[in-house]
Design a protein. Structure first.
Length: 607
């Protein structure tokens, strides 16, 4: 969480820092700040709230200078406030930080005893004050910076400046992302490459524990031991249009509408259309030694894992364990080296997922990651990387990344089932064809959003909403509930329909909408009997089914959305679209901040 930026230029840097901060806002948006150096003086402005507040506060010439740093914050230590906003400054040192310093209390204690005083509750100020303390001992900026990072425990990406040096930025990366970008005449530091698109032509992704001294003419990168190292410069291929809202009011709506196209990117990388086979993990020739697949993720990515459990157990006939990363990393797990562990993450930087991966490393047969950002830490630490190719996802609530994660997990299921010889040619072709049909089906659904708007209008005044699903649609009920609470702030729960009578049925009354996913499949009749149970208690049912299910509905006493007829295999992918649209329009009618809901952040790089 938190976005950091640094710029070295021949021109004034403040306007560009603000532009980059806007693009980094997805990482956190409770306060923001900028510092520049001009005539050996640190100039600094900070504001509570979004970048807009900072922009309004800065007057012309407030922050002159050709070197500067900026930060947009997602609070970890200390409330969102101007005092806690970065950059933090002490004496000649000013710095921004993303991450969590685990030993900040000890360090603070040490500095307090020495008479240092603090003006914020943050762990970041401790780093800056520590560096300033070393400067006070009469050592060089570089040595002070190094001594400081040496003392830090935890995760951090840092970008520091010193008032007597307007030529160099001092940076360090451990457990949080940091890149160096190269424009025509400028050098940039950023939490990601996407926020620098349109400004840079090439980029260096730092390795874990790298630190560097960055000037316009020279980049000196060192590893943890202080050895000078070279890191590969990569050409940036991202196009700036991808990260603008285009004609949409929100990134979320744009990203929902991108799904037909980007779903095709995910599958076309893996489907050999001519041979009707899945082309991925071709190094894996047999699964004889493997007795379990472990799937781990956070938030929406975890729900993608939950869907995959149903697919893998059904088609690959293998035992599948799923967990949220924050539990998996601390749970006492029993590994036998006969497992594949799969980590699913849009950003590839989620701290808990990365820690879970590191826990499994060396103890399972292979680590596979399914990520959107192929240069991410999770990707780099995996044996195999399966990219979801969704393009940058800016809306905090995940939409196209979810369906593309499912695309890749569906391909993986077919591949593993084939390796085990469990699919007839006919079934194999049927499954592949159903994946190929998805973009068309999604386009169809998106072309008529009116019915989802009508559903959403029924939810706006509710305080609670229940989502029900059975079998492979149960994880979709969970995902739909997550989406609704993130975007509309309405309390929502996802429940397996069959579990209703073991508790939640007590909540049913005419005020609580119950949205039921009831596609026509082997559990349809059972789901409908759960619907009857709700109706018998005056419940307020809204049902989503398909053409076949619609024709079999016993009553017409409730609103129904009818989706096109689709194969059972792809039902969880298709039902993601109604979940997203219902959440989006409910948020829209409630007037919430859809792309940046309160308290959330897109990339959770702290524990
Ligand atoms: C945050 C985001 C969610 C996302 C989750 C996992 O909570 O708001 O949209 O699903 O992190 O992120 P990842 O990048 O690992 O998929």
């Amino acid at each position: 969480m938190c976005g950091i930026v640094g710029i070295l230029s021949n021109n004034e840097v403040t306007p560009t820092i603000l532009k980059v901060l806007k693009k980094l806002e997805y990482r956190g948006y409770d306060s923001a700040g900028i510092a520049t150096i001009f005539n050996n003086k640190i100039k600094r402005q900070r504001a509570k709230g979004k970048i807009e507040n900072l922009i309004k506060q800065i007057h012309r010439n407030d922050l002159p200078g050709n070197i500067g740093i900026g930060h947009t914050r997602w609070a970890t230590h200390g409330v969102p406030s101007k005092d806690n906003a970065h950059p933090h400054q002490k004496g000649s040192v000013v710095g921004v930080h993303n991450g969590i310093i685990e030993n900040f209390r000890e360090l603070k204690e040490e500095l307090l005893i020495k008479g240092y005083q603090f003006s914020s509750e943050t762990d970041t100020e401790v780093i800056v004050q520590l560096c300033s303390y070393y400067i006070d001992q009469g050592i060089s900026n570089k040595d002070a910076f190094l001594k400081t990072i040496d003392r830090l425990e935890g995760a951090f990406a840092l970008c520091f400046m010193f008032d007597d040096d307007d030529k160099n930025l001092f940076i360090s990366k451990r457990g949080a992302p940091l890149v160096i970008g190269f424009g025509k005449n400028e050098v940039y530091i950023g939490s990601d490459a996407v926020s620098l698109t349109s400004l840079i032509e090439s980029v260096i992704f730092l390795d874990e524990n790298d630190w560097a001294i960055v000037s316009k003419n020279e980049i000196l990168i060192f590893d943890q031991k202080g050895n000078k190292v070279q890191r590969q410069k990569k050409i940036v291929e991202l196009n700036n249009d991808i990260i603008s809202k285009g004609n949409y009011h929100h990134f979320m709506l744009k990203e929902i509408h991108e799904q037909p196209e980007v779903f095709g990117y995910a599958t076309s990388g893996f489907i050999d259309y001519k041979l009707q086979k899945i082309n991925m993990l071709n190094e894996v020739k047999e699964l004889h030694g493997i007795n379990k697949i472990i799937l781990v993720g956070c938030g929406t990515a975890y729900y993608a894992c939950a869907v995959a459990k149903y697919w893998l157990e059904k088609f690959v006939k293998i035992s599948v364990e799923i967990d949220v990363a924050s539990e998996f990393r601390y749970r006492e797990t029993y590994f036998t080296k006969k497992e594949y562990a799969i980590f699913v993450s849009q950003s590839g930087e989620t701290a808990d997922t990365l820690a879970a991966l590191r826990k499994a490393k060396g103890k399972v047969k292979k680590i596979i990651s399914i990520v959107n950002v192929t240069e991410s830490s999770i990707a780099r630490e995996s044996d195999f990387v399966l990219p979801i190719k969704a393009g940058p996802e800016i809306g905090v609530a995940s939409t196209k990344a979810f369906t593309n994660q499912l695309a890749v997990l569906a391909c993986l299921t077919i591949k593993f089932a084939n390796i085990k010889g469990l699919l007839s040619d006919k079934k194999n072709s049927e499954l592949i064809d159903s994946l190929i049909s998805i973009p068309g089906v999604i386009s169809d659904i998106l072309s008529n959003s009116k019915k989802f708007q009508d559903f959403a209008k029924k939810l706006v005044l509710s305080s609670n909403v229940l989502f029900l699903g059975r079998g492979i649609l149960y994880p979709l009920a969970l995902e739909a509930a997550l989406k609704l609470k993130e975007i509309s702030y309405i309390h929502a729960e996802g429940y397996p329909s069959g579990e209703l009578k073991h508790g939640p049925i007590a909540l049913i009354d005419s005020n609580m909408p119950v949205i039921c996913f009831a596609p026509y499949n082997e559990l349809f009749e059972k789901t409908i009997s759960n619907v009857e149970e709700v109706l018998a208690r005056n419940g307020n049912i809204l049902l989503i089914t398909d053409e076949e299910g619609f024709d079999l509905l016993p009553t017409n006493q409730f609103p129904v959305i009818k989706l096109p007829k689709i194969s059972n295999f792809i039902q969880p992918i298709i039902y993601a679209i109604p979940s997203q649209l219902i959440a989006y329009y409910t948020g829209l009618y409630k007037g919430t901040d859809i792309d940046q809901p309160r308290n959330l952040a897109k990339s959770v790089t702290v524990e």
